[in-house]
Design a protein around this ligand. Structure first.
Ligand code: HEC
Length: 211
């Protein structure tokens, strides 16, 4: 529906006759057609790939176009959805091996689409460096997120800090609804195991990040 067309006519029939009555599609309509255009332009033989065009409930809440700000209730729902998405390692051990974590944090590998099929050449990387500055002295640093340099030196390596980092990487929206940091565990980009190694890289005093 074109919301507001009647208001436009009622308010100014003479002006409308003279100037033409500009009407704009409402936000919901704009959103629906934008999604249609994006979906239609993205074709792939694999249904697995096309499924990724479907937004989950939290992503929908975070993609509002009409009224950019989230309401308190919506923010609470995004946080609750994040909370229930998080799975912890069966071992209960949240801190893995910082050396594996270091490699992962600098590794930008993800899924690739080649000739319309999903190509998985290797395990996914952590992508952290794309957005964060990591160890001191590294030249190639991202600045979308805050620098993580010295994270463990500043925040310590207590079980609470380990849990915070694990959850933050698994689903960043638990602590910052709709943040630009991807939900790396919840979206199955990283495994629980990989996340424990990233936790170690962030908080282990031996990690180059903290030296
Ligand atoms: C696409 C960009 C992006 C990627 C990739 C990304 N982050 Fe983030 N990250 C952010 C942004 C933006 C913030 C600040 C907002 C927030 O807290 O969500 C942030 C915040 C954080 C915080 C909270 C910082 C604090 O002071 O408490 C941690 C920890 C973190 N990221 C770790 C990581 C790790 C580890 C990785 C890799 C596994 C990673 N991030 C990948 C964008 C990103």
């Amino acid at each position: 529906m074109r919301a507001g067309w009647w208001k436009c006519i009622a308010a100014s029939v003479p002006a409308a006759l003279a100037l033409g009555c500009a009407t704009f599609p409402d936000a919901a309509e704009t959103r629906a057609s934008a999604e249609k255009i994006v979906s239609a332009s993205f074709t792939a033989p694999s249904p697995q790939l096309l499924k990724r065009l479907e937004q989950d409930r939290a992503q929908r809440l975070c993609s509002k176009v009409e009224d950019a700000a989230l309401t308190q209730e919506e923010a609470a729902e995004v946080i609750e959805l994040a909370r229930t998405s998080i799975q912890y390692p069966a071992s209960g051990k949240l801190v893995g091996n910082w050396k594996i974590g270091e490699a992962l944090a600098h590794d930008g590998a993800g899924d690739r689409i080649a000739r319309g099929v999903l190509e998985k050449r290797k395990e996914n990387g952590g992508l952290c460096q794309n957005c964060h500055a990591l160890a001191r002295g590294e030249i190639n640093v991202g600045n979308v997120g805050p620098a993580l340099t010295g994270f463990g030196t500043k925040r310590g390596n207590s079980p609470e800090t380990a849990k915070y980092v694990y959850e933050k990487v698994y689903n960043s929206w638990l602590y910052f609804p709709c943040s630009n940091m991807p939900r790396l565990g919840a979206n199955k980009h990283l495994t629980s195991d990989q996340i424990t190694h990233l936790v170690a890289y962030l908080i282990d005093p031996q990690s180059p990040l903290n030296r």
